[in-house]
Design a protein around this ligand. Sequence first.
Ligand SMILES: *[C@@H]1O[C@H](CO)[C@@H](O)[C@H](O)[C@H]1NC(C)=O
Ligand SMILES: *[C@@H]1O[C@H](CO)[C@@H](O)[C@H](O)[C@H]1NC(C)=O
Ligand SMILES: *[C@@H]1O[C@H](CO)[C@@H](O)[C@H](O)[C@H]1NC(C)=O
Length: 533
Amino acid sequence: MSRLTSLSFGLLLAAGSLVGAAPKPGPQPSKPPPTCRFALKTTQEQVLKATDDFIWDMLYWEGKFHQNSVAYNSLNGMTYDGTLLDWTTGEPTQLHTFSAASKEALAFMLYAQVIKGSKEAARFLSPDDLKAAPGIARSILSTKLQTYQNFNQTYPGFGGHLPWFTSDQQDIAPTYDWVNRVPGLDNGELLWAIYACIQALEKAPGSDKTSKELAAHWQLWLDYAAKTAPKVFYQGDGKVCAVVAIKDQSLPLDHPDQSYSCESPTSLLDDPYEGETLAYFLQLYTDLPAKEKDAIWTYKRSAGKLAKVEYSQGGVGPITVRKGFWFSSHEVWNQLELPYFDVDIVKRVFMNGERVRTCNSVVTNTPGLYASVNNSTDPATGEIQGYISPAGIPSISWQTDSYLDVVTPYGAFPVMMFDKAVGLAWWRNMVVAKKMQNKYGSTEGARIDGTGVSAIVTWDSKVLTVVSLLGGVTDLVRDKMKAENVYQDFLRITKTEYGRIFDGPLEGENVKLCLPKISIPDAELEDFTSCSA
Ligand SMILES: *[C@@H]1O[C@H](CO)[C@@H](O)[C@H](O)[C@H]1NC(C)=O
Ligand SMILES: *[C@@H]1O[C@H](CO)[C@@H](O)[C@H](O)[C@H]1NC(C)=O
Ligand SMILES: *[C@@H]1O[C@H](CO)[C@@H](O)[C@H](O)[C@H]1NC(C)=O
């Protein structure tokens, strides 16, 4: 979760690889399904050697999240945030009947890969009938479209963009704390995910008339969002809002009484992390004048958040990396969507980031990886004890506060973009701990001393990892960018912005990704009874 959206669900809680390669034939689907605690049956060495087999088992269980009405509402096609799990049984106790554009983005990325024909994505969505998966994805997208359109009719003030919303009724509505407000970051993520999905619907092998029609409808939606984005999110002087205050969500955009402003003068989206997805969208797909587009990048530069820093600790380093906000894995979400790695220096800098992410955990004797995540559950109440934003690597980050007692399997998703085997070794190292697998796959997070887990399952902590294993959607995005002649512009800006900061040699490119060396200790928790060895 980003720092921005984390604020919002804080309130809610208080109240309540590479794409493109032909899909490798996975192990036979006819093999008996893996057991719920399959991770306990594998060693780190096996994960490293038989990585594809491990992925096949993992996708089977992560997919249960989607197949059991926990992840989305089949009546309107919209995501649910996730669900709390009972501390003892691991059965769902409290469905989070709300969601946000960021979770929608993960759903679109997943469906894009299913439609594109990824066997692995199909294993997640429909393990008993892989061939049925693209049809299921298309059907959800079609239901979802209707819901998006209804929302736009009732709340035209959003201009097609989404606030945090309730999704348990046929029609979605802003959650009580997002009335007349809309976040930029999550919508930037969503726009590119829809973009990728359109490309998949249009171009997938076997794409038929219905597929192309669905693509055309979503393209209309995207065009509309592109038309409204400057008015909703852009303030002038290069400033893009992190959270927009809408005068009246029920009034159309062009109504004389309608207006938009950044929620506060400092509520700006000027980061080089996930928030950058919106900047690129405004640049490449809106009718903002060229002068304003330039101003966005000038403003980001003046904010100075894209910066270089060297990591050195415990005999590891120096390694040159991009300075983190917290260096939470969540911050590199945009790399699953936009083809940043096509720029050599960017790819090398980000690879260095994963050297540091993995080796820092080894030198600090940490049995897992850090990312902003839900805190552990209070077993007495079954409630999550707040949200941990400051989970990362403080020594190479802007934010120096930290809470480093909880690790999360999804911390490994950026490692998987460079090395699936090593990333999965870390993922395994976390999920073998007590209670870290449940009937919907991996559990959100674990205390590093083994005394607690976050007994919740969410899109962020599960599907980010799955999407990363599928290679993100960068191939689809690149293809559409090329077809629409915006790819060169993307490369030019990315080269310029990163080239300014990373203009000399990088330190540490010879360092190997580190593997976990220690385990989460057994502090006598019991596995969930619905998923025990
Ligand atoms: C959204 O609603 C507006 C105002 O009613 C309408 O003009 C526009 O076409 C709608 N957009 C889409 C994609 O349906
Ligand atoms: C933590 O909980 C919030 C609210 O339920 C959810 O939106 C988010 O996805 C969860 N996990 C992470 C890693 O942010
Ligand atoms: C996480 O929960 C623990 C209680 O188990 C608490 O002491 C700690 O302050 C919480 N951390 C954050 C960042 O909320």
